[in-house]
Design a protein around this ligand. Sequence first.
Ligand SMILES: [Zn+2]
Length: 235
Amino acid sequence: MPFRHLAYSLYACNSNMFNMRGSAGLSTGAGVVRHCSSSNSDSTNKAENETPIALPPTKKLAIVTCMDARINPFTQLGIKPGEAHIIRNAGGMARDALRSLVISQRLLGTREIAVYHHTGCGMATFSKPYLRTLITDDLRDDDKQSTGRMVDEMDFLEWPGVSSNSLSSTITTLSSTSATKSNQLSGSTRELESPLLASLKSEVNFLRTHPLIMRETIVSGWVWDVGKEEAIRII
Ligand SMILES: [Zn+2]
Protein backbone atom coordinates (compact mmCIF):
# COMPACT_ATOMS: atom_id res chain seq x y z
CA MET A 1 0.00 0.00 0.00
CA PRO A 2 2.71 2.56 0.77
CA PHE A 3 4.12 2.00 -2.71
CA ARG A 4 0.81 2.82 -4.33
CA HIS A 5 0.72 6.04 -2.35
CA LEU A 6 4.28 6.84 -3.35
CA ALA A 7 3.54 6.32 -7.03
CA TYR A 8 0.51 8.58 -6.83
CA SER A 9 2.42 11.35 -5.07
CA LEU A 10 5.25 11.18 -7.54
CA TYR A 11 2.80 11.33 -10.44
CA ALA A 12 1.50 14.61 -8.98
CA CYS A 13 5.04 15.89 -8.56
CA ASN A 14 5.78 15.24 -12.20
CA SER A 15 2.86 17.23 -13.59
CA ASN A 16 3.32 19.59 -16.52
CA MET A 17 3.06 22.51 -14.16
CA PHE A 18 6.45 21.75 -12.70
CA ASN A 19 7.99 21.15 -16.10
CA MET A 20 6.66 24.46 -17.35
CA ARG A 21 8.10 26.28 -14.39
CA GLY A 22 11.46 24.74 -15.09
CA SER A 23 11.43 25.82 -18.73
CA ALA A 24 10.38 29.34 -17.75
CA GLY A 25 13.74 29.86 -16.15
CA LEU A 26 12.84 29.54 -12.49
CA SER A 27 15.30 27.59 -10.44
CA THR A 28 14.66 23.87 -10.23
CA GLY A 29 18.15 23.09 -9.06
CA ALA A 30 17.21 22.40 -5.48
CA GLY A 31 14.36 21.00 -3.50
CA VAL A 32 12.15 17.98 -3.46
CA VAL A 33 10.24 18.69 -6.67
CA ARG A 34 13.27 17.95 -8.84
CA HIS A 35 13.72 14.67 -7.04
CA CYS A 36 10.04 13.82 -7.57
CA SER A 37 10.27 14.62 -11.26
CA SER A 38 13.32 12.47 -11.93
CA SER A 39 11.97 9.58 -9.86
CA ASN A 40 8.68 9.34 -11.69
CA SER A 41 9.54 8.07 -15.14
CA ASP A 42 8.23 4.54 -14.44
CA SER A 43 4.82 5.63 -13.20
CA THR A 44 4.46 8.10 -16.08
CA ASN A 45 5.08 5.36 -18.65
CA LYS A 46 2.66 3.08 -16.87
CA ALA A 47 -0.04 5.76 -16.83
CA GLU A 48 0.09 6.04 -20.64
CA ASN A 49 -1.18 2.47 -21.01
CA GLU A 50 -4.03 2.81 -18.54
CA THR A 51 -7.60 4.01 -19.15
CA PRO A 52 -7.83 7.72 -18.35
CA ILE A 53 -9.57 8.48 -15.09
CA ALA A 54 -12.88 10.33 -15.49
CA LEU A 55 -13.23 13.83 -14.04
CA PRO A 56 -16.26 13.34 -11.72
CA PRO A 57 -15.43 11.17 -8.67
CA THR A 58 -16.97 7.74 -9.26
CA LYS A 59 -17.96 7.28 -5.62
CA LYS A 60 -19.59 10.75 -5.53
CA LEU A 61 -17.53 11.35 -2.41
CA ALA A 62 -15.58 14.37 -1.13
CA ILE A 63 -13.12 14.01 1.74
CA VAL A 64 -12.05 17.02 3.79
CA THR A 65 -8.83 16.27 5.58
CA CYS A 66 -5.68 17.72 7.09
CA MET A 67 -2.55 18.63 5.13
CA ASP A 68 -0.54 16.57 7.63
CA ALA A 69 2.10 14.58 5.70
CA ARG A 70 1.14 11.37 7.52
CA ILE A 71 -2.40 11.43 6.18
CA ASN A 72 -3.06 9.38 3.06
CA PRO A 73 -6.82 9.15 2.51
CA PHE A 74 -6.36 6.72 -0.38
CA THR A 75 -4.70 3.94 1.55
CA GLN A 76 -6.21 4.76 4.95
CA LEU A 77 -9.81 4.90 3.73
CA GLY A 78 -9.42 2.34 0.96
CA ILE A 79 -10.20 4.51 -2.04
CA LYS A 80 -8.53 4.79 -5.43
CA PRO A 81 -7.61 7.83 -7.54
CA GLY A 82 -10.69 8.90 -9.47
CA GLU A 83 -13.14 7.83 -6.76
CA ALA A 84 -13.23 10.91 -4.50
CA HIS A 85 -12.29 14.55 -4.23
CA ILE A 86 -9.65 15.16 -1.58
CA ILE A 87 -9.73 18.67 -0.11
CA ARG A 88 -6.86 19.39 2.25
CA ASN A 89 -5.99 22.23 4.60
CA ALA A 90 -4.55 22.72 8.08
CA GLY A 91 -6.75 20.66 10.38
CA GLY A 92 -9.14 19.35 7.72
CA MET A 93 -11.54 22.22 8.34
CA ALA A 94 -14.85 22.11 6.48
CA ARG A 95 -15.25 25.87 6.79
CA ASP A 96 -11.98 26.33 4.95
CA ALA A 97 -13.11 23.83 2.30
CA LEU A 98 -16.57 25.25 1.62
CA ARG A 99 -15.71 26.84 -1.72
CA SER A 100 -14.28 23.57 -3.03
CA LEU A 101 -17.19 21.56 -1.65
CA VAL A 102 -19.77 23.72 -3.42
CA ILE A 103 -17.91 23.22 -6.71
CA SER A 104 -17.50 19.51 -5.97
CA GLN A 105 -21.24 19.08 -5.43
CA ARG A 106 -22.75 21.40 -8.01
CA LEU A 107 -20.33 20.86 -10.87
CA LEU A 108 -18.90 17.40 -10.30
CA GLY A 109 -21.76 15.51 -8.68
CA THR A 110 -20.49 14.53 -5.23
CA ARG A 111 -23.24 13.75 -2.71
CA GLU A 112 -21.34 12.52 0.33
CA ILE A 113 -18.73 14.28 2.50
CA ALA A 114 -16.35 12.67 5.00
CA VAL A 115 -14.57 15.00 7.41
CA TYR A 116 -11.33 13.21 8.26
CA HIS A 117 -9.36 14.45 11.27
CA HIS A 118 -6.44 12.71 12.97
CA THR A 119 -4.75 12.37 16.34
CA GLY A 120 -1.62 14.41 16.99
CA CYS A 121 -2.81 17.23 14.73
CA GLY A 122 -0.85 20.48 14.63
CA MET A 123 -4.11 22.35 15.19
CA ALA A 124 -3.90 21.28 18.82
CA THR A 125 -0.55 22.99 19.24
CA PHE A 126 -1.33 26.65 18.80
CA SER A 127 -3.68 29.43 19.74
CA LYS A 128 -4.05 32.65 17.79
CA PRO A 129 -2.12 34.78 20.32
CA TYR A 130 0.75 32.28 20.13
CA LEU A 131 0.73 32.34 16.33
CA ARG A 132 0.62 36.15 16.35
CA THR A 133 3.72 36.28 18.53
CA LEU A 134 5.46 33.73 16.33
CA ILE A 135 4.84 35.79 13.20
CA THR A 136 5.53 39.27 14.57
CA ASP A 137 8.30 38.60 17.09
CA ASP A 138 11.25 39.44 14.85
CA LEU A 139 9.64 42.33 12.99
CA ARG A 140 10.39 46.03 13.40
CA ASP A 141 7.81 47.94 15.44
CA ASP A 142 6.06 49.45 12.40
CA ASP A 143 5.86 46.12 10.62
CA LYS A 144 4.89 44.41 13.83
CA GLN A 145 1.79 46.60 14.08
CA SER A 146 0.61 46.21 10.48
CA THR A 147 1.42 42.52 10.26
CA GLY A 148 -0.15 41.90 13.64
CA ARG A 149 -3.33 43.55 12.37
CA MET A 150 -3.36 41.19 9.38
CA VAL A 151 -3.06 38.22 11.73
CA ASP A 152 -5.86 39.62 13.89
CA GLU A 153 -8.14 39.90 10.89
CA MET A 154 -7.42 36.40 9.61
CA ASP A 155 -9.51 33.50 10.87
CA PHE A 156 -7.13 30.64 11.59
CA LEU A 157 -10.06 28.40 12.60
CA GLU A 158 -8.38 27.39 15.84
CA TRP A 159 -9.74 24.29 17.43
CA PRO A 160 -12.20 24.87 20.26
CA GLY A 161 -10.66 24.53 23.70
CA VAL A 162 -7.03 25.06 22.63
CA SER A 163 -5.22 27.92 24.37
CA SER A 164 -1.58 28.74 25.00
CA ASN A 165 -1.97 27.81 28.64
CA SER A 166 -3.55 24.44 28.00
CA LEU A 167 -1.41 23.10 25.16
CA SER A 168 0.35 20.44 27.19
CA SER A 169 -2.91 19.12 28.62
CA THR A 170 -4.44 19.19 25.16
CA ILE A 171 -1.69 17.01 23.76
CA THR A 172 -2.14 14.59 26.66
CA THR A 173 -5.85 14.39 25.96
CA LEU A 174 -5.16 13.77 22.27
CA SER A 175 -2.84 10.89 22.93
CA SER A 176 -5.36 9.26 25.22
CA THR A 177 -8.12 9.78 22.66
CA SER A 178 -6.01 8.14 19.99
CA ALA A 179 -6.17 4.82 21.79
CA THR A 180 -9.94 4.82 22.04
CA LYS A 181 -12.51 3.52 19.58
CA SER A 182 -15.71 5.31 18.66
CA ASN A 183 -17.99 2.92 20.55
CA GLN A 184 -15.88 3.45 23.65
CA LEU A 185 -15.90 7.20 23.18
CA SER A 186 -19.65 7.51 23.32
CA GLY A 187 -19.83 7.47 27.10
CA SER A 188 -16.79 9.60 27.84
CA THR A 189 -17.50 13.26 28.40
CA ARG A 190 -13.83 14.17 28.70
CA GLU A 191 -12.89 12.63 25.38
CA LEU A 192 -15.95 13.95 23.58
CA GLU A 193 -14.94 17.40 24.76
CA SER A 194 -11.31 17.11 23.58
CA PRO A 195 -10.31 19.71 20.97
CA LEU A 196 -9.97 16.99 18.34
CA LEU A 197 -13.46 15.62 18.70
CA ALA A 198 -14.99 19.02 19.41
CA SER A 199 -13.58 20.24 16.11
CA LEU A 200 -14.77 17.15 14.23
CA LYS A 201 -18.30 17.49 15.57
CA SER A 202 -18.31 21.21 14.88
CA GLU A 203 -17.17 20.76 11.26
CA VAL A 204 -19.69 17.99 10.59
CA ASN A 205 -22.49 20.09 12.07
CA PHE A 206 -21.34 23.05 10.02
CA LEU A 207 -21.79 21.04 6.82
CA ARG A 208 -25.06 19.44 7.87
CA THR A 209 -26.65 22.83 8.47
CA HIS A 210 -24.99 25.00 5.84
CA PRO A 211 -27.39 26.29 3.18
CA LEU A 212 -24.81 25.90 0.40
CA ILE A 213 -24.38 22.18 1.09
CA MET A 214 -27.05 20.11 -0.68
CA ARG A 215 -29.77 18.83 1.64
CA GLU A 216 -29.49 15.17 0.74
CA THR A 217 -25.73 15.11 1.45
CA ILE A 218 -24.47 12.34 3.73
CA VAL A 219 -21.90 13.88 6.10
CA SER A 220 -19.75 11.74 8.40
CA GLY A 221 -16.84 12.40 10.76
CA TRP A 222 -13.74 10.21 10.96
CA VAL A 223 -10.47 10.16 12.91
CA TRP A 224 -7.20 8.58 11.80
CA ASP A 225 -5.45 7.15 14.84
CA VAL A 226 -1.82 7.88 13.94
CA GLY A 227 -0.40 5.58 16.60
CA LYS A 228 -2.61 2.59 15.84
CA GLU A 229 -2.85 3.31 12.09
CA GLU A 230 -6.59 2.89 12.15
CA ALA A 231 -9.46 4.95 10.75
CA ILE A 232 -12.38 5.28 13.14
CA ARG A 233 -15.82 6.61 12.32
CA ILE A 234 -16.91 8.97 15.12
CA ILE A 235 -20.05 10.60 13.75
ZN1 LIG B 1 -3.51 17.77 11.20
